[in-house]
Ligand binder design. Sequence first.
Ligand code: FBP
Length: 264
Amino acid sequence: MVPIDDAPLCRDGKVLILAYDHGLEHGPVDFEGVPESADPERTFEAATHPAVTSVAVQKGIAEAYYPSYEDDVDLLAKLNGTSNLWMGEPDSAVNCSVEYAAELGASSVGFTLYGGSNNEIEMAEEFREVQEAAREHDLPVVMWSYPRGQGLKNDTDPSTIAYAARLALELGADVAKVKYPGSRSAMEESVRMAGPTKVVMSGGSKTSDRAFLESVKRTIDAGGKGLAVGRNVWQRENPERILDALEAVIFEAATVDEALAAAE
Ligand code: FBP
């Protein structure tokens, strides 16, 4: 882990990554509720909101859309990913190199590690290569640290999430993106385990404004450094409104009620 507070990925030491790799990870089903959300340009437009510190996409989306947004949006290149058509033990194909991410204009890179999967050893070895190459290019590394697999009955159990956060520190990630473990105290334990690695909450499936903002608020109060969110932003009819509220909670220490009022 290296200090990244001054990196483009951060604003005031905090992070709000707008994730848009779902077309690969989940498929078109994620776009059904708001059909316009299938257009990557809509998410790039949302990413111009000042609350968003970076947009996380796969290589193909970056190639096609980032050239039009490179002056207004920071790019995190997601280096691995697998479709929902894959039915095996959790694994993720490395689809992009660190070198190519840098060529595309990325200021940071992202990598999913499924700790606990039967493929953990191979994934951790791939992560080693990515992490060391990223250091050569001075690119912060965000680990999507998602323990899952045959051996794990509950992948959001607090002890599992704390382990996920610790794995990110141990393996050299600068940011650990973990599932919300259900409470502020559980998130505090994850933050404690991650040491200097920044812990950010993974958005999860779409929920109400209040329920979502409350989990973000509890994450920030627990010492988490922000959020990497997809569906809870771009599955809304008006992504800008929830981004206004997230800006208030993450960067302005607002309460949930204040944030909801700010977003009216
Ligand atoms: P969400 O905020 O929509 O949950 O997005 C975060 C994310 O990590 C995406 O980057 C990724 O596509 C997705 O969740 C993976 O979700 P899962 O593997 O849990 O279905």
